[in-house]
Write a protein that binds this ligand. Sequence first.
Ligand code: MN
Length: 314
Amino acid sequence: MVQTKVAAQACDVSDVQGSAFERFHARETNLGTLKILRALPLRQKRLVGPWCFLDRFGPLSFSEAKPMDVAPHPHIGLQTVSWLLQGEIVHNDSLDNEALLRPGGVNVMTSGAGIAHAEETPAKNSGLLNGVQLWVALPDADRHGQASFQHINEVPVLEQAGGRISVFAGSVPGCSSSAKHFSPILGADIAVLGTASMEFQLDPSFEHAALLMTGDAEIDGQSIDSIGLWYLGTSRSSIELTSRNGCRVLLIGGLPFPEKILMWWNFVARTPEEIAEARSDWQSRQRFGEVKAYRGSRLDAPPLQRFAPPNPAS
Ligand code: MN
């Protein structure tokens, strides 16, 4: 997941409740052989709350080669959050955690000062892959802490007339995820079943964004597409989600992140010196440990000069 220049375009669509409603065009790229849509960071939208990275992969079906095979690589300063609609991913890390992720569960890895992990399609699989991976920037006070990993087999689900809301990060009224996060956050998968409308309560102090993952959807009467990140701004106490034939919408949010972050490759930091040190530690096999369960070579960091100066992420 190499950060390079990203193309983005924004257009003001409407002004609802005095809040923003902007579309940012997501970027198609590759993660190994897997085609992905990168919806964060974009040049004009780096963060939504503490969410600083959003990759959408699938839906795809396969019979032979495993579509996801991300060899061991390091992280600093962030949490990774993996959420599936279909298929399986197996996670292994340098703390010797192994976890098989399936739809309805979530994997949350906290890098703290440093961790390495690998993510693969397991040998025994359904032949399907469809999901998202997100990163959460850690606040300065927590980013040098212990690395850890949390697997939740089934996240809480709020059943509502017309659909259901799976809360994989943070909480909505009546439903809280047990995943540990370090700043106020929301990550939810809203399913509208068939032709229906759902009213969804929001924390107006949060900023939010939506990504259509399947089907058709309107938010407050505005039709949304699946290759745009739909930024909803702050100051919204609710949205109305309407679908004609059913949909799944990813909703992310959080208190606007008050710190400036610097992103390069798999690192979230504050200064170029920290990035260079983390890169050097990875290349010299210090700090991050080894992902013993992975069969194969680990990823090499790209040359630093190719990306200098790193793009400030906000
Ligand atoms: Mn990773």
